[in-house]
Structures are given as C-alpha cells and as structure tokens.
Design a protein around this ligand. Structure first.
Ligand SMILES: O=C(O)CCC(=O)C(=O)O
Ligand SMILES: [Fe+2]
Length: 297
C-alpha cells in the first residue's frame, strides 16, 4: 500500500523540527527519554488484556469498551499524559515555542480490535472537527503494543495547512455510541464526520513510530483511518498539548472530570511520580502507587 520512498521521507523528519511550516509534513517522530514510561504502559495493557485475542474479538462491544475504559482510567490515574509530556519537555517547548505547556488532562487508550466493522477506530479527521483544538495545538501519539504497518494511523502530509473552510464534511450519527458512555469516553464518536472534498488522499502515509517513540503532529493535520488489518488488537495512546498563551478556554472535560488541560511545568511533581514508577512493578505495589499518584494529582 505504501512505497518505501514515502516511508523514508517520514523517517527523515527530525525531532524538534518545526511542524507547522510548509514542507514540514506537519509531523515529527521522537524517542522518549525514559523507557520506563512505555514499559509501565505495556504492563498496564497486558494486565487488562492478558487473554488470547479471540476472547476479546468475541466479547460483546459494550463490555469491551468498558474494559478499555477501565485500562484507560488506570493510565490516567498515573498521570501518564503529563509524565510523557515532561519526559520530552525540551522538544515540546521547541515545537510549541513556549516555556509553559498545557497538557490535556485525559489520555485516550485506543484498543482497536482486528477488522471490526463500524467505527472501532476513528476515521479521517483533524481535531477542529470535534471542537477540541485550535490551530496551535499539537497531538502526542504513541504506539504501545502490536502497532504495525497493517494497522497504524495514517496522515496526509502538509494537510494541516488546508484552511478549515476548504474541507467539506458530512455528519453520520452513530447510534451505537451513546453520549457519555464508555465508548464515548475512550474516544469513539457519536457523531463522526466524513470528509467529502478538500483533501487529496493520494499522498497519504503511515505513521511509523516504534514502542519507545512518539509522533508529535499538528492537531490540524488530517489523520486517522487506522483500520486494523492485522490479527491482533492494536494498542496506542494519545493526548493533546498547547502553549498556555494560546489556550483560550479551559473547558471541563467530561471523560476525566477535570479541566481540559493541566500545566506540565511542575517538574518536581513529575520527578516524584517517575521515581515511584521506577521502583515498582505494576503487580506488586499498584495500590500504593495509584493512591500516591492520586494524592499528588
Ligand atoms: O489512534 C487513533 O486511532 C486515533 C488517534 C487520533 O486521532 C489522535 O491521536 O488524535
Ligand atoms: Fe485525532
């Protein structure tokens, strides 16, 4: 589906390179500083999804989305969005051009089952379709387990430069996703939009990022369509970041029950959180750790 030249071009995108300019593709891939963060996320996912894939493929959808929401809650209790942002604060400061970075309080866990019909993965979009973005916000996306070329996220290079007015969409209500349900909490859409015109999809490319790496991209980049053509569940996580100066409102985020964004500048707190996760296995001391994170949070 993708030629090797297209892949090579994405690999050339350097950490910290400007992502909002023309010719930048709108995306860059960077390595996380601490491998412990991805190990912790892998442990949590493995703990919740320890059975053979078939067990989950056959699971009734509302039961499955509740399980994903539970695993997502565990990641959020551990403040992983802010800890990941703090881990590469240097690159994010350069990309966002600010010393004060706000992090979405809620990290989404995507756990897309193989080849499900209906939307178990999000279709092509930019964040402004769903109201959670301004032009200067960026997305942080990272593979956790089983992300391959057959199920990774896709993007259209430089599409972040297309003005909103040029993109024509239509709404398709999805009766299977109730507002406020577990499915909605894990990022599935009750009113997804479909792009009718204004985007040339012929230049689409796959996100190539390996465990321990993260892709940072403009929230305006056209991305999505990660239909899972592999035979395993695809696990990845994502959240959004913005310079404090550009945040116009800090609205309530229903999925986390907190303000939409929190500052990631309290590094002392992040060091304490990282220290805790360094000295613990998930299984052994999880109750103690969760409580500590909750108190600090
Ligand atoms: O991973 C996915 O399927 C969707 C991710 C996404 O839309 C995002 O990171 O903004
Ligand atoms: Fe998105």
């Amino acid at each position: 589906m993708f030629n090797s030249r297209a892949m090579q071009q994405q690999l050339d995108v350097q950490p910290g390179s400007p992502i909002f300019e023309s010719g930048s593709s709108g995306i860059c891939v960077m390595r996380l500083g601490s491998p412990l963060l991805i190990e912790e996320m892998e442990s949590i996912v493995s703990f919740y999804f320890g059975r053979p894939t078939d067990y989950y493929v056959q699971m009734e959808t509302s039961k499955y989305t509740t399980l994903v929401a539970d695993a997502q809650d565990e990641l959020n209790k551990r403040a992983l969005a802010r800890r990941l942002a703090a881990d590469r604060h240097d690159v994010l400061r350069a990309i966002l051009g600010s010393e004060r970075i706000m992090v979405q309080s809620h990290l989404y866990l995507r756990a897309t089952r193989p080849m499900r019909s209906g939307q178990e993965s999000v279709g092509w979009h930019r964040e402004s379709f769903y109201g959670s973005s301004v032009e200067t916000a960026v997305n942080f996306w990272l593979p956790i387990i089983n992300v391959t070329i057959e199920n990774t996220l896709l993007y259209v290079p430089d599409s972040h430069l297309i003005p909103d007015e040029v993109i024509v969409t239509e709404n398709e209500e999805d009766p299977t996703v109730q507002r406020g349900s577990a499915a909605h909490r894990i990022g599935l859409l009750y009113s997804p939009k479909r792009i009718l015109s204004g985007v040339d999809f012929s230049t689409q490319r796959p996100f190539i990022a390996f465990p321990g790496e993260a892709a940072i991209f403009s929230g305006q980049l056209i991305h999505g369509a990660a239909v899972n053509r592999s035979d395993k569940i695809r696990f990845s996580a994502d959240f959004r970041l913005i310079a404090a100066e550009n945040l116009r409102t800090n609205k309530w985020h229903f999925a986390s029950g907190k303000e939409y964004s929190r500052s990631c500048e309290d590094l002392a707190q992040h060091f304490r959180l990282s220290f805790v996760s360094m000295n613990s296995g998930f299984a052994g001391k999880s109750r103690y750790i969760s409580r500590l994170v909750f108190l600090l949070d």
